[in-house]
Structures are given as structure tokens and as C-alpha cells.
Ligand binder design. Structure first.
Ligand SMILES: [Zn+2]
Length: 307
């Protein structure tokens, strides 16, 4: 059994995960970053102790939002958790539980879970893309997680798609996330439909009912999603791109448009071999991912070149 911890901007989830990626027990609480890192660490330890009361934990894996240092186990400058910056999460948990602890960025954690237990099984060149509050991408080649210099996580959600697009907090204009992530979709729909009270669910309903303005919003969503995916297909020539995250729950309204863009833009590579599939672990992805982070770093099946 592995203790799994998923740290997001709004909530911390913990669970106990078996060796097949099944979540045996779970609990969650608000992240409440304003209460500071020591308070957050203390609550996380308390919750994990409770859910793991009858389990013997072999180790603990963590998926955490934002830039993290996977080797020192320290949090970087996390926009969503400003008061947690510099927090030694891995060391704190190792001290409390006396087991090996590993941490990755949450997109990489989810990608590892999909690669081993989900849609990416047996795919040698596998990309996982999650579209929710932001966009996260994980690159897993021959079972090894791709890392940048110093263990950094490539921020493919911030690739520029439209240089005259809306400004993003990253410093660029028109990056993928600022056009396609949930808040961007909602902001565009509100301005296009002139309805400040619009919700994501309502736009989807309207598009399903054939409302022309809502359909135009979905056409734009498919177009920009498709451009970013087309860049990935052209650059990586992957076997598969698996798509997850909250926004993808409405994928039936825009994914065909994205496929069209890929067919149109990726003629220099075997784009038809790049399978575009929905991620398969659903609501369990984050905790399964955190557990897979531990297996990937310390487990018996890890590949020797894969740390
Ligand atoms: Zn950006």
C-alpha cells in the first residue's frame, strides 16, 4: 500500500492506493494556503494517518500543483500556494511516517498513472494533456518521464498559440492555457453571449441544444485546442495523446474540430498514427498518479534509466 497525496490550489486529497492503482480509502480538506505551510503539512499528515490507520504504508507519493523540485522535494514558486513556497514537503512527510517519499508536478503524476494503469499502457511515445483550471502536459517516452534541466517540468500549457491573444500571468500573450483552459473558455463565452452569469455546464447545454453562439464558442475551443495538440503531434510524433481534466468532460462538443485541425496542420508527420483518446482513470487520476510517483521512483518495476 502506498500513501497518496494530491495537493491543489483549493483542496488537498489523501488516499491509500494498492499496487494495482485502486484507491482503497480517501479523504480531503481545503488547502487553505493562507494558513501557511506548517499548518497545511500538519493537516495533511493528520489526514493521511487517519486514512492509513489499518494499512502498512510502504511509501508515500505526492502530486503537487505548480513547479516543484522532484529531487529535493521542495515546493517552488507556486502561484496557487504563495505561502507554501520553499516548503520541504517531502522531508516533512518522511520524518512523520519514516518511509521513502517522492514528489512530482501533478500533471506528471497523472501522466505516470495513465501510462501505467490507464490509456497509455503499452504506448512508447505517450503524452498526457489535462485541461481544467490550467493546462498540464506530461511527456513519457519509453516509460521514462521527460524532464528539463535541473528536473524542471516543461510548461507546454504556456506554448504561444496566438501572439495577439489575451495576456497570461506567465508573461506571454495568447498561450494555450489563456485560450483553452476552463477560465478562458468561460470568459470568452461570457463576452460572446453577453451573459456574466454563464457557467460551463450552461454553455455545454446550450451548444447541445444547437444555440448558434454557444456552438461558435465550441468551434473556437476546438480550433485552439487543436492548434496546441497539432504542435505536439508535429514535435513528438506520439503513439497517443490522452486527454483528461474537467474541460474534457464536454469534449464531444469540440474534439472533432480539434481532430480536423490536426489533420490540416500535421501533414509532415504520420499524424494518423497519433491516437487521440480520453484519459481513462477519471476522478481517481490524481491519487493514482501520486501513488505511481512513488512506484516510478522507488518501485521494483521501475526502469533503470527512468528516474
Ligand atoms: Zn501563459
Amino acid at each position: 500500500m502506498i500513501g497518496a497525496i494530491d495537493i491543489g490550489g483549493t483542496k488537498v486529497a489523501v488516499g491509500v492506493v494498492d499496487s494495482d492503482g485502486r484507491i482503497v480509502r480517501r479523504a480531503e480538506c481545503p488547502t487553505a494556503p493562507e494558513r501557511g505551510f506548517p499548518d497545511g503539512l500538519g493537516r495533511t499528515i493528520g489526514m493521511l494517518r487517519e486514512v492509513a490507520a489499518n494499512a502498512e504504508l510502504q511509501g508515500i507519493g505526492i502530486g503537487c500543483t505548480g513547479p516543484v523540485d522532484p529531487f529535493t522535494g521542495v515546493l517552488g514558486s507556486v502561484d496557487l500556494l504563495p505561502s507554501w513556497q520553499g516548503g520541504a514537503l517531502v522531508a516533512g512527510l518522511a520524518e512523520a511516517f519514516h518511509v521513502p517519499v517522492a514528489m512530482e508536478n501533478d500533471a506528471d503524476a497523472a501522466g505516470l498513472a495513465e501510462a501505467v494503469w490507464g490509456q497509455g499502457r503499452g504506448k512508447r511515445r505517450f503524452l498526457y494533456v489535462t485541461v481544467g483550471t490550467g493546462i498540464g502536459v506530461s511527456i513519457i517516452l519509453d516509460g521514462a518521464l521527460y524532464r528539463g534541466v535541473d528536473g524542471s517540468h516543461p510548461e507546454i500549457g504556456h506554448q504561444v498559440i496566438d501572439a495577439s491573444g489575451p495576456p497570461c500571468y506567465c508573461g506571454a500573450r495568447g498561450c494555450w492555457e489563456s485560450l483553452v483552459a476552463g477560465p478562458a473558455l468561460l470568459a470568452y463565452a461570457k463576452s460572446r453571449l453577453g451573459d456574466a452569469a454563464l457557467t460551463g455546464a450552461r454553455i455545454a447545454e446550450m451548444a447541445e441544444a444547437g444555440d448558434p453562439a454557444a456552438l461558435a464558442v465550441m468551434e473556437r475551443q476546438g480550433y485552439y485546442l487543436g492548434l496546441g495538440l497539432a504542435n505536439l503531434v508535429t514535435i513528438f510524433c506520439p503513439d497517443m495523446i490522452a486527454l483528461g481534466g474537467g474541460v474534457m468532460q464536454s469534449s464531444h462538443l469540440f474534439l472533432e474540430r480539434a481532430r480536423q485541425v490536426i489533420r490540416q496542420c500535421c501533414t509532415m508527420v504520420p499524424f494518423e498514427k497519433a491516437e487521440l483518446a480520453m484519459a481513462s482513470l477519471g476522478a481517481d487520476t490524481a491519487l493514482a498518479g501520486a501513488a505511481q510517483v512513488w512506484h516510478y521512483r522507488f518501485g521494483a518495476t521501475r526502469q533503470t534509466n527512468a528516474v
